[in-house]
Design a protein around this ligand. Structure first.
Ligand code: ADP
Length: 295
């Protein structure tokens, strides 16, 4: 099984022709509440891709908390380790304009409580085939989980998003780092993804840089970076593409596939997700991924 420690947010999305400027009020077209958060999205992606998934996270005592918990349950994610924290759930306030551009405010809410792991979390991590981490919760919590995984010899896969400077100890406890091209550049100061990947190999043994429609790039020590093409598809909504990619990749690796095989399967999974609207809602199930990947 796969353990995920990370954020759970309700995405509050306003669709408008043009985003308001400071001091301006505009009338939008539509409003939606969509379960999200990088942690929850990766958990849903991995569960739909066929793994048993334990989500370690926190929701609030507001109505969103109940909805977020049941959305995870509904996708088959084990929510036994979710905490309910007095106060609001995490929310992301998103304005999407007609050009597909967006502006986002994230308020951590209950996610801010994830500063440590307890004995139950450690047991779930120790028995997992992989631990998935991202950076939408306090760094102390991410570090505690990474340490725990390292102590039990569990593979840690870190998505360094949102981009921020990383403590060396976290990178030292990471087996596979998966930045997108912007995060790779922010972490290294190098604009070229292959250069950035090579630089990151000083600190982690394996790096995958995702490049949107251009696919991904895989680098390991002692070899030249390898490009994995994306599938040619008509993208409708790329929100959550990266989380779908990581969730599927973790499942394929957990089943004993090599990294190149797992990357090809993950690229099929994320291609399916960009063809449909929504983040978690667009994530494909096992059968669809196998059909798309031709296995
Ligand atoms: P993030 O959402 O984290 O920024 P990317 O945009 O790099 O991540 O996308 C992750 C993966 O999803 C890519 O490596 C690619 O395989 C797939 N993907 C993303 N956008 C497209 C697209 N337009 N067409 C096909 N595949 C895509």
């Amino acid at each position: 099984h796969i353990a995920v420690l990370g954020s759970i947010n309700m995405d509050l999305v306003a669709y408008v022709a043009k985003a308001p400027q400071r001091g301006e009020t505009v009338t939008g077209r539509e409003f939606r509440t969509l379960p999200g958060g990088k942690g929850a999205n990766q958990a849903v992606a991995a569960a739909r891709a066929g793994a048993t998934v334990s989500m370690i996270g926190a929701v609030g005592t507001d109505a969103f908390g109940d909805r977020l918990r049941s959305a995870l349950d509904h996708s088959g994610v084990d929510t036994d380790l979710l905490r309910t924290v007095e106060g609001p759930s995490g929310t992301a306030h998103i304005v999407v304009d007609d050009d597909g551009g967006n502006a986002i405010v994230v308020i951590p809410g209950a996610n801010a409580a994830l500063t440590a792991v307890d004995a139950g979390d450690e047991a779930a991590i120790a028995s997992a085939g992989a631990l998935l981490l991202q950076l939408e919760i306090p760094l102390e919590g991410v570090l505690a989980a990474a340490r725990s995984a390292r102590a039990s010899g569990v593979r840690t896969i870190l998505t360094p998003a949102p981009a921020q400077p990383l403590p060396p100890e976290l990178l030292a406890a990471t087996d596979l780092l998966i930045p997108n091209e912007h995060e790779a550049a922010a972490l290294t100061g190098l604009a070229d993804p292959a250069d950035a990947a090579r630089a990151l190999l000083d600190q982690v043994p394996e790096v995958v840089v995702t490049l949107g429609a251009a696919g991904s790039l895989y680098a390991a020590r002692g070899a030249d970076p390898v490009r994995v093409p994306a599938r040619r598809v008509t993208a409708v909504d790329t929100t959550g593409a990266g989380d779908t990619f990581v969730g599927a990749l973790a499942v394929a690796l957990g089943e004993g596939n090599s990294l190149p095989e797992a990357l090809s399967w993950a690229s099929a999974a994320s291609a399916l997700s960009v063809r449909r609207p929504g983040a978690a809602a667009s994530m494909p199930y096992r059968k669809e991924i196998d059909a798309e990947a031709g296995v």
